[in-house]
Design a protein around this ligand. Structure first.
Ligand SMILES: C[S@@+](CC[C@H](N)C(=O)[O-])C[C@H]1O[C@@H](n2cnc3c(N)ncnc32)[C@H](O)[C@@H]1O
Length: 226
């Protein structure tokens, strides 16, 4: 799966791309992440990409010309164009079902905003899929873009060591929160591992986990029970 990140701050991704699971996925050529600096498509001598909003107001907006040129050039780089995704707080909120949808594309272009956001004609003309990290305002689209890469690669076959792990994660196949998990030591500061997990009876353990998932989903995220 290929991700093209269109950003004014590509260097923010350098250390991120070196983290374990993603680094390994890139090394195994399961995932390809390419970074593009929108500023490279600015045409004036100051390499400017932003301008003041018509009608007044605070801050600067990312202008159409460098973004259109950058998107067109990146789309042309490769055998087939990808799905353009604009990171914006006004988009569809990222959740596991959207992550699943995004993972069905073989190529995503992640367009990251900065400052006060984009000239509206970027939206009108390029018709991106608008995706939000949540109901809050980040300084830029880079961290939300990393969230998309981080979540989507977990569904790319071969990326996780154990393919079943995404199935049992919270919001996985059952749509429930994951059951409680424990590792060594068996006793820690008066807290012990539930006896059932030490029983060696896989059927009983599976049923206990199912009940725990249901109970904690009801308690913590009643909205998911619907
Ligand atoms: C400071 S924000 C601009 C917010 C814009 N003025 C608004 O109210 O919709 C700058 C950029 O950060 C990114 N951004 C901020 N919050 C985001 C969120 N919750 N999800 C996705 N991207 C976000 C977007 O790319 C946005 O263009």
């Amino acid at each position: 799966m290929r991700f093209d990140v269109l950003t004014l701050f590509p260097e923010l991704f350098h250390s991120y791309l070196q983290q374990s699971l993603l680094k390994l996925a890139i090394e195994k050529t399961l995932v390809d992440v390419r970074l593009w600096n929108i500023r490279d498509w600015a045409t004036d001598k100051h390499k400017s990409v932003d301008d003041t909003p018509y009608g007044g107001g605070p801050g600067m907006l990312i202008a159409c010309p460098p973004v259109y040129s950058c998107v067109e050039a990146v789309q042309a780089d490769g055998n087939e164009p990808g799905q353009l995704v604009m990171l914006t707080p006004q988009g569809r909120k990222l959740d596991q079902s959207l992550v699943r949808e995004l993972s069905t594309y073989s190529r995503l272009l992640l367009l990251c905003g900065r400052y006060e956001g984009f000239d509206e004609r970027i939206n009108l003309g390029l018709k991106p899929l608008e995706v939000s990290a949540g109901d809050f305002i980040c300084n830029g689209g880079e961290v939300p873009a990393m969230m998309i890469i981080d979540t989507v690669i977990r569904l790319v076959p071969g990326v996780l060591g154990d393919e079943t792990s995404s199935k049992y994660d919270s919001f996985g196949e059952s749509g429930l929160l994951e059951y409680p998990q424990y590792t060594r030591p068996r006793e820690f500061r008066g807290l012990s591992v539930p006896d059932v997990l030490l029983s060696g009876n896989h059927e009983v353990i599976a049923e206990w986990r199912r009940q725990q998932s249901l109970e904690r989903t009801r308690r913590k995220r009643g909205d998911l029970m619907k």
